[in-house]
Ligand binder design. Sequence first.
Ligand SMILES: Nc1ncnc2c1ncn2[C@@H]1O[C@H](COP(=O)(O)OP(=O)(O)O)[C@@H](O)[C@H]1O
Ligand SMILES: [Mg+2]
Length: 331
Amino acid sequence: MITAVVYSESGGTYKTTMTANIAVALERMGQNTLVLDLDPQEGNLTSLFDVGSNRSNPDADNLVKHILDMPDGEFSNLIETTAEGVDIIPSHDMLGDFTSNLEQKISYETGMQNMSREEYPRFELLYDLLWNKQQLQKQYDAILIDPNARAEDLLYNAIYALRTLIAPVKPAGKGNLSLEGLEELVGNMESQLDIEVGLSCVVPSGVGQTNAHQQYQQQFQDTEAFATPVTIGNRESLMDAMWEARGSAFKVVEERWKTFEQEGEMRSEPGHRRIRDREVETLRDLYTLAHFIATETFDADVAPVLELNIQDSEPIRIDLTEGTQTEVTTV
Ligand SMILES: Nc1ncnc2c1ncn2[C@@H]1O[C@H](COP(=O)(O)OP(=O)(O)O)[C@@H](O)[C@H]1O
Ligand SMILES: [Mg+2]
């Protein structure tokens, strides 16, 4: 089973975009995939996929109520299915108050059971819900989490439950790497949670053509410290269009979503985007990344072939086993 938290120390490293694209790539490889959106803020995975209509309703059942063992309905009713087949448990405002709700529960339970607060397994609740109570391993091949950015209870619950990290990184101001920061963090989590945390790979993203960016990318590719299967280029136009297409970069290209100005207004519509080699190359990179995670990190058996059915155009078939440069063959 593939289980990973898409984690980054700093915000705005394209975490949510990355989670959506990896999830859809895994689904396209035949892996039944679920994503958990643990970020209560605007612009999260839930808004990207246009789900979670109850996210601001305090009375609605939500994941926090289930994690704290106070459900208001069936767990299966929390799950929504996106247009691209990926299942999602959407975000809810209550995620923002997770710690205070957890503290209340701990006070209550430790009072009832004559247990000390320190003994309470506060980081093990999501693990218990996903694997013991709901047995999601029987239903899914892959589970990904887009966590909240802050290093607090919810993030620790996510890492405790899934055990493996995928780390998107972005070229920093002066091109310096935060490799040490990342390793230190994995070490801290292991000792704090008393578990082993694996780092599947690091994914430099938003890398441009400037010298500083190219050097930055090179440093990552040269290191033996961890795997860097791909680098995702600076693809603002493609990735921004995901928020209009309400789906992955694969959907943007296949449905040809484009944002343009018309009569002084910005509009986004399918059927307009030109097919660009570098964008098809990025889809190949995203697929390669998901394939790496599935096969190298988790030993899953998945097909290395990406088929793109592009609106009003010839389909494109990319076989990842055929060389390193994209061989776009139209069939
Ligand atoms: N490879 C990329 N190059 C350029 N812009 C990107 C890339 N990936 C994502 N973006 C854009 O960056 C913005 C922030 O991305 P997001 O995934 O929401 O970041 P985070 O979840 O880390 O805060 C979005 O508008 C997105 O379209
Ligand atoms: Mg995000």
